[in-house]
Write a protein that binds this ligand. Structure first.
Ligand code: IMP
Length: 192
């Protein structure tokens, strides 16, 4: 693999989960924040497009391989929203209580609570090689949100086959189901 890898994210929840996933690799993991980098604008309308923007930016700025995750919650009754705009729904103050309220409000009593989390990892190396890996986690939304674990929309999402929300699970329990762990499993395949 590489001796050093930069995580192209400022989201502490993602840094924690991605560092944990990379634990079994003999690689020094650092984050874009350690380099004082700002976050580039995510101007694409796909997870893959935005993940590539982030990984390209960080790899170009650091001269190191960069791994980015672009992810979000896609709600069936909302035709896939908030999707790539999942972070934006929390506003500049990153208030996910508010974002979860907004999802509930927009669902407007819809009976179908199906939703999925999608994560796309982009790996960009300094020689400009690019790879993307996708993971999905199907589930349903519950109201009111439950649990204080995880981040973002975790307290309102119950993965299929479970009764607890991601917010009620430990990071290890969430890993069994999570979209990010699945994208990571795809990423891992290229090194084995
Ligand atoms: P971005 O990929 O940085 O644009 O942001 C993705 C947003 O999707 C995060 O800020 C969270 O709101 C949401 N999200 C992505 N993955 C998860 C997760 O595992 N749990 C809860 N929310 C998530």
């Amino acid at each position: 693999m590489f001796s050093k890898l930069v995580l192209a994210t400022h989201n502490q929840g993602k840094v924690a989960e991605m560092s944990d996933l990379l634990r079994s690799f003999e690689v020094e993991v650092v984050s874009a924040k350690d380099f004082g980098l700002s976050a580039p604008d995510e101007t694409e309308d796909s997870f893959a497009g935005n993940a590539l923007i982030k990984a390209r930016y960080v790899s170009a700025k650091t001269g190191l391989p960069a791994l980015a995750d672009d992810s979000g919650l896609c709600v069936k009754a909302l035709h896939g929203a908030p999707g790539v705009y999942s972070a934006d729904w929390a506003g500049p103050e990153k208030d996910f209580g508010k974002a979860m309220d907004l999802v509930y409000e927009k669902m407007d009593g819809a009976e179908d609570h199906s939703a999925c989390f999608i994560s796309v990892f982009a790996l960009v190396t300094p020689d400009e090689q690019e790879r993307v890996f996708e993971g999905r986690c199907e589930g349903k939304l519950v109201w009111p949100p439950r649990g204080t674990g995880g981040f973002g929309y975790d307290p309102m999402f119950v993965p299929a086959g479970e009764a607890r929300t991601f917010g009620e699970m430990t990071m290890d329990e969430k890993k069994k189901y999570s979209h990010r762990a699945k994208a990571f499993a795809e990423f891992k395949k290229i090194f084995t």
